[in-house]
Structure formats: C-alpha cells, structure tokens
Ligand binder design. Structure first.
Ligand SMILES: C[S@@+](CC[C@H](N)C(=O)[O-])C[C@H]1O[C@@H](n2cnc3c(N)ncnc32)[C@H](O)[C@@H]1O
Length: 267
C-alpha cells in the first residue's frame, strides 16, 4: 500500500477531475437515471440475478448510479470509491432520488479500516480492477467482506483489450505482466474527449487466469467465467456498433475479446 501511495494519489486526482465531467455527460445520462432508467448493463442484469433483499457491497462504484440501480431492484447497498467527488455526487443523487444507500470514500485496499460488516454480494464492474496493483490482495478483500455462501460478481473489460493502443490498433502492452505498473499522461476522458482535463494515471493489467486463481485461493468457488466479443459501452476509439449496446473492436476484421464476467461463491 505504502509503495503504491503516489499512484493512488494521482489516480484519485484523475478520478475527481473525471467525475466533474462525467456527471454532466451524455455517456452517463444522469437525467435518464433520475427518471427511472437502470444503468446496469444487459449482461449484468442477465447474470447477477436475485438481488432483492440482498446486502450488496459495490466496490469502485464511481458516482453510484449502478449502486442505486441495484437499490431500485430491492437490494440494500453500500458503494465504495476512492474519489471524494464521486462519493459526494453519489450521496446527493441518493438523496435527490430518495433511494436509500450508504456511500463510503475509501481505497478498496484499506476498506477494512472503515467497514466491519459481511455482505451477501460483492459487485464490481467495467474499468475497476485495472486501478489495483495486486489482484491477490483484492481477492482477499472480496472474500473478507463476503458471508459464507455469498456471491462475488465481476464484469470487466478484457485484459486482451487493454493490450491495444485503441487509436493506432498496435499492441502496446503485454498480457502477462503481473505487478507491473503502467503510466499514461491522459487528456480528456472517455465520455467527452478533451475537456481541458490533463492528469497522470497509473494502472495494471490482470490476466484472466490471475483473477480466477486469486479468487479460488481465497475460498471462492468459480461458478462461471464468460467472455464477450463486445462491450456495452462506446468508450474507446475505433469501436464499431454491431447492435444496440454492442460495440466491437476489430483487428483484421475480427472482433477481439472485449469483456469478461465471473461469478463465484464463498465457501
Ligand atoms: C471506471 S470507474 C468504475 C466504473 C463504473 N462501473 C461506472 O462506470 O460507473 C472506476 C472507479 O474506480 C475508482 N477507483 C480507482 N482506484 C480505486 C481504489 N484504489 N479504490 C477505490 N476506488 C478506486 C475510481 O475513482 C472510479 O470511480
């Protein structure tokens, strides 16, 4: 944790900046959410069923619309995020929409210091684990917060997609790079392009087998692992729309793996 402090500080700054733009973006469409729309992706709704009356810990909840969408389905929700701007906005949205929820500003990796509770479900999705240096540590934390018999559900961008420079369509990063930090000087954000934002960000790429093994090593039985050749979000350059909420990234005419999902049960 101490070793990575400068990375987390930079990433917090980056996500605070991004949040200010995201909450006003068409991409996130807060107005539609306020009018009752769910922000959960179709694959999440299909695969994470039975949330009614369940306690859910949503790790890296950003500004809370997925968390609150789960609450609208009858779950008792707690959202956690590193960005204080995200948490402030999530709390105001919860109040304005009168959806009960608890939000905690914390690094996932230090969450045990502020939260002492066990949950039926731990949920995390789309662009979350790449901000964490050590997937074994993450899996230990997931397991810690689950009740016996509880469920972890994860839907994430595929690590193979992260290998590509999305503009040039050249391979830019390795797949097998456990623990290796990558740095980018970013301008703008995925919702709006350049809005005068400029920041450093630090990220990590986790091979699917590392995520799978890390969960299994922490008493979690994997029920399924699915791979998808599309993303439900139009969030990178050079994506082609194939169907409603299906965007593909093609190399030599072939849609490459874009998303994976995993569900596991704590023993
Ligand atoms: C792409 S968003 C998550 C996506 C979410 N599904 C959404 O679009 O609403 C990534 C989130 O991870 C958070 N984050 C990054 N590093 C974190 C950390 N170490 N602990 C907790 N949250 C972190 C960021 O603040 C950001 O809100």
């Amino acid at each position: 944790m101490e070793n990575n402090k400068k990375y987390f500080e930079a990433n917090k700054f980056a996500w605070d900046q991004r949040t200010e733009v995201h909450v006003k973006s068409d991409f996130y469409n807060v107005e539609a959410f306020k009018n009752g729309a769910s922000t959960l992706e179709p694959m999440v709704k299909d695969e994470l069923t039975e949330v009614k009356d369940k306690s859910i810990l949503h790790l890296q909840c950003h500004f809370g619309m997925d968390t609150l969408s789960l609450a609208r389905m009858g779950a008792k929700v707690t959202g956690v995020d590193l960005s204080s701007k995200s948490i402030e906005f999530a709390e105001s949205l919860s109040k304005e929409c009168q959806i009960p929820a608890r939000f905690i500003q914390s690094n996932v990796l230090t969450l045990k210091e502020t939260l002492d509770e066990k949950f039926d479900i731990v949920f995390t999705s789309f662009g979350a684990i790449c901000w964490l240096p050590n997937i074994d540590e993450w899996a230990e934390i997931v397991s810690h917060f689950l009740k016996p018999g509880g469920t972890i559900y994860l839907a994430e961008f595929h690590p193979y997609l992260y290998m590509w420079d999305w503009d040039s369509k050249e391979i830019m990063y390795p797949y097998f790079c456990k623990g290796q930090v990558f740095h980018e000087k970013a301008e703008g954000t995925y919702t709006d392009g350049d809005k005068g934002l400029s920041y450093d960000e630090y990220f990590w790429i986790h091979a699917i087998s590392d995520v799978h093994t890390a969960l299994q090593n922490n008493n979690i039985n994997i029920e399924f692992l699915h791979e998808f050749d599309y993303t439900p979000h139009e969030c990178l350059s050079n994506l082609e729309k194939r169907a409603d909420r299906e965007f593909v990234y093609k190399i030599n005419g072939h849609a490459i793996p874009a998303v994976f999902s995993m569900k596991g049960c704590k023993q």
